[in-house]
Design a protein around this ligand. Structure first.
Ligand code: 1CP
Length: 363
């Protein structure tokens, strides 16, 4: 393993493992993005995937929020759609539309369009290079998070071809072609596992898996098409890290809007994640009751709270910290920050978490 600088702020790792901390660690989903003027400037000169594929640029974008705010983690600049790309699917990032993919229009497209034999590590080597460079450039200031999209969320983009209000195309597959759907999900789970393990080998100190589209499913389909793969991924990643004598890093699952599955996601005998990330539609106390003691919770301020004035925002942060308590807790938004939000509000959010949790711990 490369000779990385010693970590000076390990707050988020300790909170993930359930150790007591002097104050609550905080980071922001999509913290490296278009709400930062320096990122918008970078985007004037480079396409989104150029930034992802050029380690120096990805490193620079990852460090932008770390230079500005007192964050407790960096997340590598990349996207969940690099896996479909690595499997041979054309993905374009179109301005004011978002990702656009060459869609799988029926299950027979799996055989013709998805290059299941592609070497994931070779295809995604640019991500590993960006991680190694960024880990060095961070100089041990905060841990670096690696991530991947979860199988169902990736499958939804591959079938819908873009974002969708209903996901009716991919849900049609689940009802009409469950065998082929499982085949695709299983294939994605294998690629995701390889990708996550290799991110740790490259220097990632924590991992997060994004099942952003979980809320489109109900409990029955979640149990069939999401949970088995989320469980398999955490189990296999942990096994492979052990076998390859790599560090055993904490792993977070974010299944947006899947409260109906929270008990299973928090149950280590079923899904085996260290941290469960919550969106803003669940009360912290209710989540604590369901999660019991074995798991750290992450979240869950409504991103739109960042539109409040700074005093109101500070109060909302204080309430959130009081409701979650300061142990087994990582503060974050309940989903990614939007491009029209102000950096000043991110500062209020981050500093508020530190200030209120320090005070709470002194009481
Ligand atoms: O034009 C641009 O500059 C593109 C904007 C952008 C950015 C900055 C996209 C397009 N992706 C990203 C980076 C990104 N995406 C990160 C980097 C690290 C960070 O958090 O700072 C991460 C973790 C993601 C993950 C991601 N991409 C998710 C999962 C999280 C979530 O928001 O639910 C999903 C669903 C995507 C797909 C995606 N990528 C980009 C867009 C516009 C979308 C569609 C979803 C959306 O509109 O948010």
């Amino acid at each position: 393993m490369a000779n990385f600088p010693e970590l000076t702020n390990d707050l988020i790792i300790r909170a993930a493992l359930g150790e007591k901390t002097s104050h609550v660690p905080v980071w922001v989903m999509r913290q490296a993005g278009r709400y930062l003027p320096e990122f918008r400037q970078l985007r004037q000169h480079h396409s989104f995937f150029d930034i992802c594929r050029t380690p120096e640029l990805a490193c620079d974008a990852t460090l932008m929020p770390i230079r500005r705010f007192d964050l407790d983690a960096a997340i590598i600049f990349s996207d969940i759609l690099v896996i479909p790309q690595a499997l041979g699917i054309d993905v374009q990032m179109v301005d004011s539309v978002g990702p656009v993919l060459d869609p799988l229009t029926n299950p027979s497209d799996i055989k013709t369009k998805v290059k299941a034999d592609n070497d994931i590590d070779q295809q995604l080597d640019y991500v590993y290079k960006a991680i190694t460079l960024t880990r060095h450039s961070l100089q041990g200031k905060v841990p670096l998070i690696g991530f991947a999209g979860a199988p169902f969320t990736l499958m939804s983009y591959m079938v819908e071809g873009k974002g969708s209000k209903t996901l009716s195309n991919v849900k049609k597959w689940l009802y009409q072609s469950p065998v082929e759907s499982h085949h695709l999900l299983d294939l994605l789970a294998t690629s995701i596992t390889t990708f996550l393990v290799s991110q740790v080998r490259a220097g990632a100190q924590m991992l997060q898996i994004f099942e952003s589209n979980a809320g489109f499913l109900g409990p029955t389909q979640f149990d069939q098409f999401c949970l088995p793969y989320l469980s398999k991924i955490s189990k296999t990643v942990k096994e492979q890290l052990r076998e390859q004598e790599l560090p055993s890093v904490p792993i977070t699952v974010f299944a947006k809007d899947a409260h109906y599955a929270l008990d299973k996601l928090c149950d280590k005998t079923i899904s085996n994640y260290d941290v469960v990330s919550l969106d803003w539609t669940i009360q912290p106390q209710m989540a604590r009751t369901i999660a019991r003691d074995g798991v750290t919770l992450q979240g869950n301020l409504d991103p739109c709270a960042l539109y409040s004035n700074q005093d109101d925002l500070d109060y909302l942060v204080e309430q959130m910290v009081n409701e979650f308590g300061t142990e087994r807790y990582i503060a974050n938004l309940g989903h990614g920050i939007y491009p029209d939000m102000s950096p000043e509000s991110v500062n209020t959010f981050v500093n508020g978490v530190h200030k209120h949790s320090r005070r709470y711990n002194l009481q």
